[in-house]
Write a protein that binds this ligand. Sequence first.
Ligand code: ADE
Length: 251
Amino acid sequence: MRIDILTLLPATFTGVFDESILGAARRNGLIDIRIHPFRPYGEGRHRTVDDTPFGGGPGMVLKPGPLAAALADLRKDGPPAPVIGLTPQGHVFDQTMARELARLPRVILVCGRYEGFDERILPEFDLQISIGDYVLTGGEFPAMVVVDALSRMIPGTVGDPDSVREDSFFDGTLDHPQYTRPAIWQERAIPAVLRDGHHSRIADWRRGEALWRTVAHRPDLFRQLALSSRDRALLQDALANHSQSIPDKGA
Ligand code: ADE
C-alpha cells in the first residue's frame, strides 16, 4: 500500500516510520510511505501558504491554492487515491476505518496547521478524519496515528495474524488481560486458568474477560455488540469472578 503525506513539517516524520513494525513493513515493501512538503507550492518569493482569516480572528488559515496545486501533482503520479484531510472536525477515527483504509492501494493524507483549512479546499477531500475530541497543533501526529493503525491491518505487517485478530476493538471489544513471567510478582498471582495450559478453557476465560472489560470500561462499545448465548454465559462467569475480587485500579 502506498501512503502519501502532504505536510508543512516533513521533519516531524523523521524516525517514526523507520523503527520496529512500521520500519520492517517499509523495508519489506508492504507499505510505501512518501512525505511531501507543500511549502514549495506556496505563493510568492516567501512561498506563503497561509493568511489571516477574513472577518478577523486569531491565527492563520491555510490558503487553498498551494494545497490544490500540491494535490494536483500528487494525483498525476500513481494509482487513484482518496484524499483525506486530518482535522478536528472530521469523522472520529476508529478500528473499522483503519481496516477499510488498509484495503486500498493508496491514500493521500493532508496535514492541516494553524487555524485550519480555507473552507473552499474541503471539496478536494474525500474524507476528513479526526483522531479524537481535542485540538492538536496540526495534522502531523494524527497522520502518524492513522498510518500506524492502518499499517497493522495490512496482511504481513504484524508477524502473528492472531495478534491483530485479538486486538482491542478488532471485534468491537477491548482486549483481554495479558500476563507474562513471573507467575507470581509481589504476591500477585496470575489467574489459575492460565497455568493449566488448557486451550479452550483459556480461550473462554479470555473472551469472558474481554466482554467484562468492555462492559466495565466502555459501555458505549458494549451496547453495540451482538452477543451469542455462549458470550452471555462467559460474561456471567467473568462477572461472578470479578465480584469476588477487589477492583484493580486501571485493570
Ligand atoms: N488537527 C488538529 N487536531 C486534530 C485532531 N484531533 N484530529 C485530526 N487532526 C487534527
